[in-house]
Design a binder for this molecule. Structure first.
Ligand SMILES: *Cc1c(COP(=O)(O)O)cnc(C)c1O
Length: 337
């Protein structure tokens, strides 16, 4: 990178490259509130096809995609079953309570997922004075556990336990899961009514996420996006970047290879820090002095972040190359306890 800094804080820190900027500059646009932006429509259609849903909606952020889904699929006062460390539970500043009036029934997800029994328990509880469950929300890949993909068939099992209660899939990094497992995004999301993916993470777009689902739900989602202040006008300049970003799926394998190499360096420095090497692009582990470690890494030109007290995170992405990664590994090797 030009600045010489290796930025592993998040995969959101990428800058659009020349080809992406050229696509943005030449994008055909119109007023998307009138449904007249052809580039936004192309992106929504391409994404819906990619994840096997009828329709899709371009939104400003992954957070907005999750919130729009909650507003469409839940009722105020109801329960949403979700993993305790999922983004929608732990990293959205209580937005679900404010935007949808729901409460979370947060279940253990330290393994990277949860199971049908968790859903059944929450649903049975409504016969014992607990609120009704209106939605189940899963996250694939699961960020807090180190970017773990859900195992094949496990989302379908959760959806089966949920019965007529819908499932929303927070697939901010669903394409990382696709590349790591070889199971396509459409299959991964098949058991979910709605699925959200971020274009602005490993795929490298500057802005934007998409929410896909049945046509009637996405029509309602369009209204809910307006309610949240998320209607954009000549958004084709952003959607053009998104279309280029969808072409960056295969190269996520490079990020995964580098994260695995970085995970190896972490495991060599602190044995037992990682239960296993990352299969996607996130290395996260507990360290008793995360602030000191962060300072050490910064002095070596490497930026890292934290996702909980003394829990460190390093994320690979398309602006981290092999020399940058080796600098990060060397800084890990020389880190204090
Ligand atoms: C980043 C992230 C989001 C939110 O996306 P933003 O575009 O940052 O709002 C939602 N879910 C997960 C799992 C994420 O990692």
């Amino acid at each position: 990178m030009a600045s010489g800094i290796v930025d592993l804080r998040s995969d959101t820190v990428t800058s659009p490259d020349r080809a992406m900027r050229a696509a943005m500059a030449s994008a055909e646009v119109g007023d998307d509130a009138y449904g007249e932006d052809p580039t936004v429509r192309s992106l929504e259609e391409a994404f819906a096809a990619r994840v096997g849903k009828q329709a899709a909606l371009f939104v400003c952020s992954g957070l907005m995609g999750n919130q729009v889904a909650l507003r469409c699929l839940t009722n105020p006062g109801s329960l949403v079953v979700a993993g305790a460390t999922q983004h929608v539970v732990a990293y959205e500043h209580g937005a679900a309570g404010r935007n949808a009036g729901v409460q979370f029934h947060a279940v253990c997800d330290s393994s990277g997922s949860f199971g049908p029994d968790d859903v059944t328990y929450a649903m049975d509880s409504s016969r014992h004075h607990h609120p009704q469950v209106s939605l189940v929300c899963a996250e694939d890949t699961h960020m807090a556990s180190g970017g773990r993909p859900w195992a094949a068939g496990s989302l379908a099992a959760v959806a089966a336990a949920a019965g007529s209660v819908p499932v929303h899939l927070d697939g901010a990094r669903l394409f990382n899961a696709e590349v790591a497992t070889g199971v396509g995004a459409g299959v991964r999301a098949a058991a979910a009514v709605t699925v959200m993916c971020c274009l602005s993470k490993g795929l490298g777009a500057p802005v934007g996420s998409l929410l896909a689902g049945p046509a009637d739900v996405i029509a309602q989602a369009r209204t809910e996006r307006t309610v949240l202040g998320g209607t954009m006008r000549q958004a084709g300049v952003l959607a053009a970047a998104g279309l280029v970003a969808l072409g960056n799926v295969e190269r996520l394998a490079e990020d995964h290879r580098r994260a695995s190499r970085l995970g190896t360096a972490v495991a060599e420095r602190w044995s037992g820090a990682l239960a296993d090497l990352p299969s996607t692009n996130i290395v996260t582990f507990d360290h008793p002095a995360a602030d000191e470690l962060t300072d050490h890494m910064r002095r070596h030109g490497v930026l890292i972040g934290t996702v909980a007290p003394n829990r460190v995170r390093m994320v690979t992405h398309l602006d981290v190359d092999d020399p940058g990664l080796e600098r990060a590994c060397a800084a890990v090797a020389s880190a204090p306890d």
